[in-house]
Write a protein that binds this ligand. Structure first.
Ligand code: ZN
Length: 298
């Protein structure tokens, strides 16, 4: 559903264009799915992550967070969970497609940073909220079957001097192994909305332009209620390594950065209502593209 494959030529290289976002219509099953996003679960996940004190790569709290998140994903029926990237400890949870191994990935980085003091980096808006959304999508989408494979990815070492080390390692792995990735959907800086404005930015490039159109349709079809902006932000995150290797990738971004990379990036700063809507918008688009079929018989 919603997928075509066509070869287009860009310079000398041929790329597989595998996402067709045109022509989505209201799907009552997707409406049911997105109703299940739970603000309490989002709040709980962000609180637990903040409790690890600093999730900066190399700090003890980073390893504790990766173990915790691996455990949370492993508790979800239907997912196969593994660490990826050696010491980088990306966490990859796979919901196999019923008819194809074409893969749709939703992901977020779980490490955190405080530029003034790396030993205390609560990282609630950046990026506990994004991780909480991915966990919610994993819990809910695993209750359904899909035509295509859906992967829930939690990246390590997005912050820091080198930046995006976890997702970069995965993209290299995907390239080396010829993984058929149709889309990467990135959640970073996803839940800060201090004035309840519900403004959300969609960051896309030429390859993922159609995602901005699909998400605009979904925002309206499912009455999600965002005022959408388009490429108002340009900052880097884990969608970048995918872009650089020619994969289709998109990211959403809150209207303003807020307390990211400071000691003030604490759980009281997040809007769970905004995070919920962000998860609903992403899930509606990905569920459509991945071809949601039916509730899983479990
Ligand atoms: Zn971030």
């Amino acid at each position: 559903m919603g997928i075509v494959a066509a070869l287009v030529s860009t310079g000398s290289a041929a790329f597989l264009v595998s996402v067709d976002c045109s022509g989505t219509a209201f799907d009552p099953q997707i409406a049911d799915m997105i109703k299940q996003v739970d603000e309490e679960e989002i709040l709980n996940t962000v609180s637990v992550l903040q409790g690890f004190t600093s999730r900066y790569y190399g700090y003890p709290g980073n390893a504790m967070a990766s173990s915790y998140l691996h455990g949370e994903l492993s508790n979800i029926t239907g997912l196969t969970v593994e660490y990826q990237g050696g010491d980088l400890r990306n966490i990859i949870a796979t919901l196999p497609g019923k008819e194809s191994s074409k893969t749709f990935i939703v992901g977020a980085h779980y490490d955190s940073e405080n530029s003034a003091d790396l030993s205390y980096a609560p990282g609630a808006t950046d990026n506990g909220g994004g991780v909480a959304i991915v966990l919610e999508l994993a819990r809910i989408m695993s209750r359904y079957t899909f035509e295509h494979t859906v992967v829930f990815a939690l990246w390590n070492a997005e912050e820091g001097g080198t930046g995006m080390m976890g997702s970069t390692a995965y993209v290299q792995y995907a390239k080396d192994n010829g993984l058929d990735i149709a889309l990467y959907f990135n959640f970073d800086s996803t839940c800060y909305d201090p004035h309840d404005r519900l403004v959300l930015d969609i960051m896309y490039n030429d390859r993922s332009r159609c995602m901005s159109s699909l998400m605009t349709q979904c925002n309206s079809l499912y009455h999600i209620g965002f005022t959408l902006t388009y490429n108002a932000h340009t900052c880097g995150s884990d969608h970048r390594p995918f872009w650089e290797e020619g994969y289709t990738a998109v990211m959403t971004h809150e209207e303003e950065h807020g307390p990211a990379h400071t000691a003030d990036d604490t759980v009281d700063k997040i809007s769970t209502a905004y995070a919920k809507k962000n998860g609903q918008l992403g899930m509606s688009a990905v569920a459509y593209l991945a071809g949601v079929q039916a509730p899983a018989a479990r």
